[in-house]
Design a protein around this ligand. Structure first.
Ligand code: A2P
Length: 301
């Protein structure tokens, strides 16, 4: 029987990711968000850098669902690290939904308008950016409920946390069965930081959806491999934000199953098998001197 979607820290524990696999895709994003809201999604995740905030906001407004029933996240792009207020105000204007529930620093690194890395080696940059984001809670109270971070490693957090007045509400990072982020998850939990899981289906790679063990668990419950991965993620306390432009898959992705402990553990431990651990996630691929330090191939494009 389908399990209801819980909330963690007040966030619906399954969201809709609006990264379309490329920048833009505004009308596709509009249709996807309208459909998702009809199907019961109440957590929508976008970013300035996705190029579709306007369409996402329009879909939310057109849905007629009271704003208070929704949890909406957007993100400060790297090119706005040195103009946080401007970046935030752009997003608020693009979305046109009054306020955001969660505003994330998209990456710990800054870039100029051409994508050139402006990050300071000692992490000073993201600490300064965070302090300006903290200010938004005062200067733009009513337009932002919570602030958080994305793509922050333990190393980044060790620099940031001692200098924070406000602990990040959430850290959005890549999490899936081949990349369960066990140390980062434990670290964030110990600090009260909620993990939000992007790429829960492997984005365009989706290799683990073909994993024989995932398929076996899916068969046992008569659900899809994607549903196994999403249910596992929710069950371990990380909030997946799968993207789908397909109504049938959208519906699947919000229909949860409670896995028995032995099946849960099978998925939790998959990454220990040879060849099943993806250590080269986007965070670790960020090399000094290059903001976009991964190749298109590594991104699966
Ligand atoms: P589509 O939009 O055609 O459904 P992630 O959420 O990890 O970024 O992955 C998104 C990718 O996974 C998209 O290519 C999406 O394609 C695909 N996808 C979404 N839901 C499912 C599902 N239930 N089963 C298989 N693939 C899915």
């Amino acid at each position: 029987m389908a399990a209801p979607v819980p909330t963690y820290h007040g966030i619906p524990a399954v969201g809709l990711g609006c990264w379309m696999g490329h920048v833009g895709g505004a009308e596709e994003a509009y249709t996807m968000v309208r459909e998702a809201l009809k199907l019961g999604y109440r957590h929508i995740d976008t970013a300035f850098g996705y190029g579709n905030e306007e369409a996402v906001g329009r879909a939310i407004r057109d849905s007629g669902i009271p704003r208070s029933e929704l949890f909406v996240t957007t993100k400060l792009t790297n090119g706005h690290h040195h103009r946080v207020v401007e970046g935030f105000e752009n997003s608020i204007k693009n979305l046109g939904i009054g306020y955001v529930d969660l505003y994330l620093m998209h990456w710990p690194c800054a870039a100029d308008d051409e994508g050139k890395d402006l990050t300071k080696a000692d992490g000073r940059d993201f600490v300064q950016v965070w302090k300006e984001m903290e200010q938004l809670l005062q200067t733009h109270a009513g337009q932002v409920k919570h602030i958080g971070i994305s793509n922050f490693s333990i190393q980044n957090l060790e620099v940031l946390l001692p200098q924070c007045s406000v602990t990040p509400f959430a850290n959005q990072v890549e999490v899936n069965p081949y990349h369960p982020q066990i140390p980062l998850k434990a670290y964030c939990e110990s600090k009260g930081i909620q993990i939000i899981a992007y790429g829960p289906l492997g984005q365009t790679r989706r290799t683990f959806l073909k994993d024989p063990e995932v398929i076996a668990v899916a068969k046992k419950y008569d659900i899809s491999p994607a549903q196994v991965c999403i249910s596992w993620s929710v069950q371990r306390g990380t909030i997946p934000i799968p993207k789908s432009s397909n109504p049938e898959r959208l519906k699947q992705n919000i229909t949860l199953t409670t896995l028995a402990e032995e099946d849960f553990q099978k998925i939790e431990n998959l990454h220990k098998q040879p060849g099943k651990h993806r250590s080269s996630d986007m965070m670790t691929l960020m090399v000094p001197g290059s903001v976009w330090g991964w190749t298109m191939e590594e991104m699966g494009w």
